[in-house]
Design a protein around this ligand. Structure first.
Ligand code: COA
Length: 164
């Protein structure tokens, strides 16, 4: 897709390929831990990566540097019934800690934005934990705001968890 150089690293931003799935999954395992993301209603697992790859491959990007995975972004398009607007949803976004702060997140995000514009998307959505200061700074610096506060509630139901 495009190669760019930020802070000494040259990054290639491209669509995720089948050979990337394991690396993306393992990087996500390091980043999206239950301790850090206790209230995520989505769970990071291999089905998540495979699901995006098979369902929306054109909205799944990776950043590569020196043959290694530096980060990834998995998104989709949400068509709401009775709404003329098309929404782009950035669902998973992760940068290897070694490459955080190097500008690669911006390259991935710009790539995603261009693809979404090409799809006729009007609004981009992203959600993250309220205390994820780094992610919130990143998105706010790129023009995201919270037009509506959304409160997420949970209720623990008594009883044993049955394994599926
Ligand atoms: C969120 C994430 C993708 C951003 O990538 P990154 O390389 O860290 O992003 P950048 O360094 O370019 O930008 C982070 C911004 O937060 C600021 N920042 C850095 N540390 C911060 C902190 N502790 N608190 C608040 N802001 C912080 C930076 O100055 C930067 O601001 P700027 O864009 O105005 O310059 C990456 O940190 C990550 O993978 N986090 C773990 C997974 C995650 O939370 N994903 C998002 C939800 S799906």
């Amino acid at each position: 897709m495009e190669a760019d150089k930020k802070q000494g690293n040259e990054y290639l931003i491209r669509q995720m390929q089948i050979d990337d799935l394991a690396d993306v999954f393992h990087l996500g395992e390091k980043l999206f831990t239950l301790r850090e993301y206790p209230t995520l209603y989505r769970t990071w697992d291999e089905y998540e990566v495979i699901g995006f790859y098979t369902g929306d491959p054109e909205f799944c990007l990776v950043a590569e540097t020196g043959g290694s995975l530096a980060g990834f972004l998995l998104g989709s398009i949400v068509d709401k019934r009775n709404s003329p607007r098309k929404y782009g949803y950035l669902v998973w976004f992760g940068i290897d800690e070694k490459f955080q702060g190097s500008g690669v997140a911006e390259l991935l995000f710009d790539g995603f934005k261009k693809i979404m514009q090409g799809e006729g998307v009007h609004i981009l959505l992203v959600d993250t934990a309220a205390d994820n200061d780094r992610a919130l700074s990143f998105f706010r610096a790129r023009g995201f705001s919270s037009p509506r506060d959304h409160v997420y509630l949970t209720l623990n139901l008594p009883g044993e968890v049955t394994k599926g």
